[in-house]
Design a protein around this ligand. Structure first.
Ligand code: PGA
Ligand code: ZN
Length: 442
């Protein structure tokens, strides 16, 4: 039962502004002020992330489309919707719960995909409200989330750290978007983080010594052009070398994960009947793609593959799940878009066994919780995730601990937009003290 006195908190004001994300494109920031709490007035602020390899089923991120401003990517309409529609509708009101506030926003929008007000506007208000309640009641955000979600809120998540970027997040010709290391043999989150950082910097030296670029992509991982006919396996080998050189044991302390974001490398020769993938110079079937993944899984300590096939290729996904679903985690990102209707279909058809959780794919914290609960009930694992376009907002760190979901994907070991989340997890670990439990404990 909720102890937080939501009903006694009154919304004094809601105000949005246009700010910039980690790519230098506009996004929305929302301030929400509550009165009536322990601290009054209490300000909550939230910054909204933005994806590049987006799933088709995502809630609508409203952009102005005015080519004269920010190449059409301005968010002044979403800002105006917040300040002129949402703010007057909420001002002076109290809500008995976060769910009630989120439902009011959904009703105000009135469309199935938040296309009228914009999922960016709605999510900004949903998160800012939560933050304001946290301040007004002097409850850390992760504890408040735990109370609302109904969990312990003591689990530090295993990070999936994207140390080499490809796909839409880089310009290096790699089809696969994310090559991640997963530190799972450690007592504490902070030790796992340290291992990740040491491996990242070792990889930098290896790339440098091979005269490969050490410039980074959108999520702070390296983005070199890898020569040869099988550059993807070459990347895996480089990362394996970095793990060992840094003094860690691959397959015992450090594992590998991929986010293929395969919807982004569909072959032009694909037809309605047959999905083909443009991979390493050839157009290949889902069966051939799956055979490549299975070969890697047999050879390397890969424990998770996200979006190994395109979001519409459910037949390919079914085959992938049959082949690898009992061995490794198969995460649906573009496939499920944090949406219970897509997830339900996946569960019914036994497709994938895990879901990526991105708050802006669905647009409210409450609906995010619904997707997480549905996944949990079906024994699908969950990964709280950032977007490639991020900000200094650390909400997903609190979300991962607050729901005890056990995993987080928040990029590499460089760039403040990624590190901010890791730093927040360090703070939470310290705050929890002896109650903290690392999900990747050896
Ligand atoms: P995106 O990438 O934020 O560009 O969609 C992240 C992911 O695919 O997981
Ligand atoms: Zn993804």
């Amino acid at each position: 039962m909720s102890q937080t006195p939501f009903s006694s908190l009154k919304i004094e004001s809601v105000h949005a502004r246009e700010i910039l994300d980690s790519r230098g494109f506009p996004t929305i920031e929302v301030d929400l002020v509550l009165s009536g709490g322990k601290l009054s007035p209490a300000l909550g602020t939230a910054l909204v992330p933005s994806g590049a390899s987006t799933g088709e089923g995502e809630a609508i991120e409203l952009r102005d489309g005015d080519k004269k401003r920010y190449q059409g990517k301005g968010v002044l309409k979403a800002v105006a919707n917040t300040n002129e529609s949402i703010a007057p509708a909420l001002k002076g009101k109290s809500f008995p719960s976060l769910e009630a506030l989120d439902e009011a926003l959904i009703v105000l929008d009135g469309t199935p995909n938040k296309g009228k007000l914009g999922a960016n506007a709605i999510l900004g208000v949903s998160m800012a409200y939560l933050r304001a309640v946290s301040r007004a009641t002097d409850t850390p955000t992760f504890r408040l989330l735990a109370e609302i979600y109904g969990s312990e809120g003591t689990t530090l998540p295993v990070p999936m750290m994207n140390i080499l970027n490809g796909g839409k997040h880089a310009d290096n010709g790699l089809a696969i978007q994310e090559f991640m290391i997963v530190p799972r043999g450690f007592d504490k989150f902070s030790e796992a983080l340290r291992a990740g950082s040491e491996i990242f910097h070792t990889l930098k030296k290896i790339l440098h010594d091979r005269k490969l670029s050490t410039g980074v992509g959108d999520e702070g991982g390296f983005a070199p052009n890898i020569p040869g006919t099988h550059p993807h396996e070459e990347v895996i080998k480089l990362i394996m070398q970095a793990i060992e050189t840094a003094g860690y044991t691959a397959g015992k302390q450090i594992f590998l994960a991929l986010d293929c974001a395969a919807s982004e490398y569909l072959a032009k020769t694909s037809t309605k009947e047959r999905t083909l993938y443009a991979f390493e110079g050839r157009d290949i079937t889902a069966g051939e793609m799956n055979a490549i993944y299975a070969g890697w899984v047999a050879k390397y300590p890969i424990i998770s593959i996200e979006d190994g096939l395109a979001e519409h290729d459910w037949a390919g996904w079914a085959d992938l799940t049959t082949q690898l679903g009992s061995k490794i985690q198969l995460v649906g990102d573009d496939l499920f878009v944090t949406n219970i209707s897509f997830l339900k279909q996946g569960i019914d058809k036994k497709i994938a066994n895990s879901i990526l959780i991105k708050v802006n794919q669905i647009g409210t914290v409450t609906e995010t919780f619904r997707a997480m609960k549905m996944a949990k009930d079906a024994k699908y694992t969950q990964v709280a995730s950032h977007r490639s376009g991020e900000t200094e907002d650390t909400f997903i760190a609190d979300l991962a601990v607050g729901t005890d979901c056990g995993q987080i994907k928040t990029g590499s070991l460089s760039r403040t937009d990624r590190i901010a989340k890791y730093n927040q997890l360090l703070r939470i670990e310290e705050m929890l003290g002896s109650r903290a439990r690392y999900a990747g404990k050896k």
